[in-house]
Design a binder for this molecule. Structure first.
Ligand SMILES: [Ca+2]
Length: 333
């Protein structure tokens, strides 16, 4: 073998050794990279599962989502600007301070719980004003109260407030030509659910501000509450704890409504405590200690309204039909 050839052979061997070393380094790098990626995936998955568990613990699914699985979200900056622009052109109603409706002592609710005939003087359960407005996409309701909502479970004497919130009640509208009713509550929940039979509540770490929209009543359950076809929490909400207002935006399309259509509704604020079914009730447009306030007849997007008495409302042929349908399917008594 010539020296030259030996050199070439040595060179080839050296190259082969180098290549082998490079190859094994590649294998090591590959498996090292594999474990890094696997660890990252594991950490991300663990994080997601953990946050879901925490979320679930803070706000049980039962309370957080409607029957359709929808939850209420916050406004974006531009959505809030749009809401305020619409509200500036809406209709505002003022409501006096400390004008609670006193429920007669002998009224016992369907669930057997009593009502409070001496409502607590809590400003955040007392309506101060109400504004209604609409744009092409949303119906807006702004409720102002006489005081700020507490940041954690409110106590009054031995009692505690588990839920409070103003509502647009018995809202009459036409969906695809059919007369229908809806109730839209802008509620602030302080507990994981209703009080137990021995008046105990479990506070949420973070109170939950949400829309509660009940649509299409079809009957009454055994406690006399409406059975509804749909319950959703869709839309946006702002205000709540630390503020003295609640602002709700509800998509027009869930009612099949558009600008210029008419709705007829009343407004009330109900609060539930550990002891009382209704700790307090405050109604808009009521005179004296009337159980029901007058109705507001409002054309979506307009700056005016028409006041309508409850008896005129109940005499509307479509309302008589709806009422009949609900009563005929009553599981109460
Ligand atoms: Ca009031």
């Amino acid at each position: 073998m010539s020296e030259e050839l030996m050199d070439t052979t040595d060179q080839r061997e050296a190259n082969e050794i180098k290549n082998q070393a490079h190859g094994s380094r590649k294998v090591i790098l590959k498996s090292w990279g594999f474990w890094v990626i696997l660890t990252i995936i594991f950490l991300v998955l663990a994080g997601v599962i953990y946050s879901k568990l925490i979320q679930h613990q803070l706000s049980p699914a039962k309370e957080s989502a409607g029957l359709d699985g929808q939850t209420t979200r916050s406004f974006s900056k531009s959505e809030l600007d749009a809401a305020n622009a619409a509200l500036a052109k809406g209709v505002k109603f003022e409501d006096p301070q400390n004008d609670f409706y006193i429920i007669p002592k002998d009224v016992i609710e369907g669930d057997g719980r009593p009502n409070n005939n001496k409502p607590y003087p809590l400003g955040y359960t007392d309506m101060k004003s109400f504004t209604v407005a609409a744009d092409e996409s949303y119906l807006y309701f702004k409720h102002e109260l006489w005081d700020k909502f507490p940041r954690s479970l409110p106590q009054y004497g031995d009692d505690s407030i588990w839920i409070t919130g103003p509502a647009v009640d018995q809202m009459f509208f036409y969906k695809d030509g059919q007369a229908d009713l809806a109730q839209i509550i802008s509620e602030l929940g302080y507990t994981t659910g209703r009080p137990t039979a021995d008046n105990k509540v479990s506070p949420l770490k973070k109170p939950e501000l949400r829309n509660s929209i009940m649509m299409s009543p079809t009957g009454l359950d055994s406690t006399g509450d409406n059975i509804v076809k749909n319950h959703t929490r869709s839309g946006m909400i702002a205000g709540g704890v630390g503020t003295d207002y609640v602002l709700s935006a509800v998509p027009l399309n869930i009612f099949g409504l558009k600008l210029g259509d008419e709705i007829i509704f009343s407004v009330g604020d109900e609060t539930g405590s550990a002891i009382y079914h209704h700790e307090s009730v405050d109604l808009l447009l009521e005179e004296g200690n009337n159980k029901n306030g007058d109705k507001i007849r409002y054309k979506l997007g307009s700056a005016t309204y028409e006041r309508m008495s409850l008896s005129d409302f109940e005499k509307m042929p479509d309302m008589i039909e709806i009422d009949k349908r609900i009563r005929n399917n009553s599981k109460a008594n």
